[in-house]
Design a protein around this ligand. Structure first.
Ligand SMILES: C[S@@+](CC[C@H](N)C(=O)[O-])C[C@H]1O[C@@H](n2cnc3c(N)ncnc32)[C@H](O)[C@@H]1O
Length: 318
């Protein structure tokens, strides 16, 4: 099945449910990639700066926690690599310290992957890079076949975009490919109050809103749909008790949308919502609850930013 057919089927399936939903997976076309870059640069989006501070200030300690020696070659595999602005600090320190490694970024977006490859080639001309385009749920099995020691990076709280069961299964799947003692560096946004979290998903400049609405624009462009972007609005939610930021697209009026490639119409009532994204926030207890017995992973270290907004966890295979 081609990617487009999958996208069509997922849209048909999601908009036929009650409540309606669309997978956040589809945010990242070229426009979505660019909007996400802008989101990461917004003052309200504390996640980037918090994790960037950890990578800037604690790269040496993070590398020590990998337990890799300078005379052994290893693979550094990054899932959902994005633009690599944080990872570049880790790579720089690894190179300065004389570690021998290959950097393997994986991303679903071809565009993002060419940006990150260009950036790293530019910064580190001698770095060996093997980029892989694809869905990390799908490429993991044939990506992790080398016998070299490996460290896997999964940062930016990307895990938070999965529901807890999917996150737990995904961690188990990653762990399946780790040998005893090998590490996963997992960057997670921590549970904190609404006044800090909610603005990160509802910025004053309206970039998150444009990012969310871009999903409808993408369906218009790629499937001949007639979503009127003016008659939907971005509607985020978060409570500290639940610890999950949720994004919705809310219909401002009763309306019917036609998707030509599906030859199907979808009715929306006024205030009806399409659920588009979750961003879970974590603490040690929640993370531990996601580590199944079969995963055989344990938290061995944790690096925090100075405001304690964000944590980069080192998980070690037992
Ligand atoms: C929220 S961004 C974070 C990027 C980076 N990890 C960071 O912390 O800056 C998510 C990235 O993961 C990629 N992505 C999302 N879902 C993916 C999937 N299922 N497989 C591979 N990459 C994915 C997106 O294209 C995007 O570059």
């Amino acid at each position: 099945m081609t990617k487009n057919t999958t996208f069509l089927n997922d849209v048909s399936e999601g908009l036929s449910q009650n409540p309606k939903y669309l997978s956040s997976h589809y945010f990242y076309d070229k426009a979505g990639d660019e909007l996400f870059q802008q989101i990461m640069a917004m003052p309200e989006y504390y996640l980037t700066n918090s994790e960037l501070e950890i990578f800037r200030q604690q790269s040496e300690a993070i590398i020590e926690s990998f337990g890799i020696t300078k005379d052994e070659e290893f693979d550094l595999i990054e899932l959902g690599a994005g633009d690599g602005k944080k990872t570049q600090h880790l790579l720089k320190t690894l190179i300065e310290k004389g570690f021998k490694f290959k950097y393997m970024p994986v991303d679903i977006s071809k565009n993002t992957l060419s940006v990150i490859t260009g950036r790293m080639e530019n910064l580190f001309p001698d770095l060996e890079i093997e980029a892989r385009q694809g869905d990390y749920f799908e490429v993991l099995d044939d990506l992790l076949t080398s016998d070299l020691p490996k460290v896997i990076l999964f940062i930016g709280s990307n895990l938070g975009n999965m529901d807890d069961q999917t996150a737990s299964d995904f961690l188990e799947k990653i762990a399946f490919h780790l040998k005893s003692g090998e590490k996963l560096l997992l960057g997670l946004d921590l549970i904190k109050s609404e006044d800090i979290v909610l603005p990160a998903y509802n910025d004053a400049a309206g970039i998150t809103s444009a990012f969310n609405l871009n999903l409808l624009k993408r369906i218009n462009n790629e499937m001949g749909a007639n979503f009127d972007l003016e008659s939907f609005e971005h509607a985020p939610e978060y409570t500290e008790e639940e610890g999950i930021a949720k994004s919705f697209l809310k219909s401002k009026v009763d309306q019917t949308v036609f998707i030509a490639d599906l030859n199907q119409s979808f009715k929306f009532k006024k205030d009806e919502r399409i659920h588009t994204e979750i961003s879970r926030k974590y603490n040690d207890q929640i993370l531990n609850s996601l580590l199944s017995a079969d995963a055989n992973l344990e938290i061995t270290e944790q690096f925090l930013d100075s405001q304690q907004y964000f944590a980069d966890y080192i998980l070690t295979k037992k």
